[in-house]
Design a protein around this ligand. Structure first.
Ligand SMILES: Cc1cc2nc3c(=O)[nH]c(=O)nc-3n(C[C@H](O)[C@H](O)[C@H](O)COP(=O)(O)OP(=O)(O)OC[C@H]3O[C@@H](n4cnc5c(N)ncnc54)[C@H](O)[C@@H]3O)c2cc1C
Ligand code: SF4
Ligand code: SF4
Length: 433
């Protein structure tokens, strides 16, 4: 279905912390914003985190007020479960694109009661809990999702009709179809964030084969208040771990997997998780295997020293291979760099500190223009020093980790740059505000 053309000042693509911040800054200046998010909820990766380094503030306590401010702002229109395609420069100024709204098969009448979830007979892996537990084919994405409206995962639904029968709000609607709307905007901010490195690409670490080898995002979920289990558990047998290892630089600074750059956040988020684990499991030993610790930000070195004082062991070691024992424990074979020796140690849980890779979705959104990538596949900042949000297309800006790995404070700063450069562009080219 194609509807009538609509108009906004700025299109923000991606509803993570960088997208929200960019949208809010511009909306507060009076610009009309359309924010398009491909996921069922806005909030990006941050909404799934436990606490943030180095302050150990609760991530949800920072991000949920920002999410509600974005949702309630009269100048911001949010489309979740939606993508943009065929962006074209208009002959004068500005852009036209196709907004593709995917069907949720649940209407806005949904009250979030979750009765449908209880009755649905289909159980599949929950992507919002990073596959640690299952979810139903009709589901509320996660407890603090925004909007808090259910969605039917049509690929896994068996069309039994039970959800439709039990829904007290009559909100299930299997007749919904994809909707495509042409939209005009004057400027665009790309805030599509990053992808996580897939550790299946390093088979010698045993991820996917040994259940007690998990990713740092899976550990992050185990440490949030709304965690899938009541405490931190080994996925294989539900035992509480008491000797946990972290493998830093999994998929970062590693030419062999095609990612030679540092992911900027893994040293610090692992140090954060180690400290949180010491609180959750006071008897546990925690060892962090690293090549170099990068603690370059304000308070980061003190945070690292604090972890050492708490008893976290830091071992300068290069991991060769991880193998599993019959009891589910894991043997890490590594080169002890400071002693120049090959060693083996046993742990009952291994966390792979996975790196941040480029999300290259932006490369396929443009119809006629070509947006340039840098050599690591992120959006290329064409004038990094004096105009850090500028891209190879005039009027298109970049915010947050779409431009490269960075932590939350830097993503917010980058969004500040993107919104102020966008506002100046609009003033220059559209004589506005
Ligand atoms: C395990 C782990 C722990 C971390 N802990 C910390 C911490 O303690 N402190 C800290 O400062 N940083 C931490 N980080 C880093 C933090 O996650 C990032 O700095 C931050 O999330 C970047 O925000 P962003 O908005 O740039 O990207 P994202 O959070 O990735 O948001 C991007 C958004 O864009 C959407 N999107 C993607 N493609 C499209 C598309 N084609 N169309 C529409 N929407 C799209 C996504 O769905 C998402 O909502 C951690 C990272 C990891 C992996
Ligand atoms: S779809 Fe209906 S049953 Fe399911 S959460 Fe929404 S209101 Fe409740
Ligand atoms: S129709 Fe689909 S989503 Fe609804 S209860 Fe049946 S399997 Fe679950």
């Amino acid at each position: 279905m194609v509807s009538q053309i609509t108009e906004y000042d700025v299109l923000v693509i991606g509803g993570g912390i960088a997208g929200e911040e960019s949208a809010l800054n511009l909306a507060n200046l009076g610009y009309k914003i359309i924010l398009v998010e491909k996921d069922l909820s806005i909030g990006g990766k941050m909404i799934h985190l436990s606490k943030v380094f180095p302050t150990l503030d609760c991530a949800a306590c920072i991000t949920t007020p920002k999410v509600s401010e974005t949702v309630r702002h009269p100048n911001i229109t949010i489309l979740t479960n939606s993508v943009v395609k065929d962006i074209e420069k208009n002959p004068g100024n500005g852009f036209t694109f196709s907004l593709v709204e995917k069907p949720r098969y649940v209407t806005d009448d949904c009250t979030g009661c979750q009765i449908c979830e209880e009755k649905c007979p289909v159980v599949i892996e929950d992507q919002y809990q990073w596959e640690l537990i299952g979810r139903k084919a009709v589901y509320i994405p996660f407890s603090i999702s925004s909007p808090r409206i259910a969605a039917v995962d049509i690929e896994n639904c068996i069309l039994c009709g039970l959800c439709e029968k039990v829904c007290p709000a009559d909100a299930i609607d299997f007749t919904q179809e994809e909707k495509i709307t042409p939209v005009n905007v004057k400027s665009i901010i790309i805030a599509t964030g990053y992808n996580l490195f897939d550790p299946l690409n390093i088979p010698r670490y045993g991820f996917g084969k040994f259940k007690n080898v998990v990713t740092s995002m899976q550990m992050e979920r185990q440490l949030v208040p709304t965690r899938p289990y009541n405490t931190v558990l080994r996925p294989k047998d539900g035992k509480m771990p008491d000797n946990i290892a972290y493998v830093l630089c999994t998929g970062s600074r590693d030419e062999t997997v095609g990612n030679p750059i540092c992911s900027q956040v893994c040293c610090m988020y692992s140090t954060k998780q180690a400290q949180l684990l010491m609180g959750a499991l006071p008897m546990a030993d925690i060892t962090i295997y690293y090549i170099n610790i990068r603690a370059f930000g304000k308070g980061f070195n003190e945070f690292y020293e604090q972890a050492k004082d708490m008893g976290v062991e830091f071992v300068k070691g290069k991991i060769g291979k991880i193998t599993e024992k019959e009891n589910g424990n894991l043997i890490i074979r590594y080169e002890d760099i400071s002693k120049g020796k090959i060693k083996e140690t046993e742990h009952d849980l291994v966390v792979l500190s996975v790196g941040l890779l480029a999300n290259t979705d932006f490369t396929t959104m443009f119809k006629t223009e070509k947006i340039e990538q840098d050599r690591f596949h992120f959006v290329r900042q064409t004038d990094e020093l004096s105009s850090p949000a500028k891209t190879s297309i005039e009027g298109v800006f970049v915010a947050g980790t779409a431009a490269g790995p960075m932590d939350i404070p830097d993503s917010i700063l980058s969004a500040g740059a993107a919104s102020s450069e966008t506002a100046s562009y609009l003033r220059r080219n559209h004589n506005e505000k």
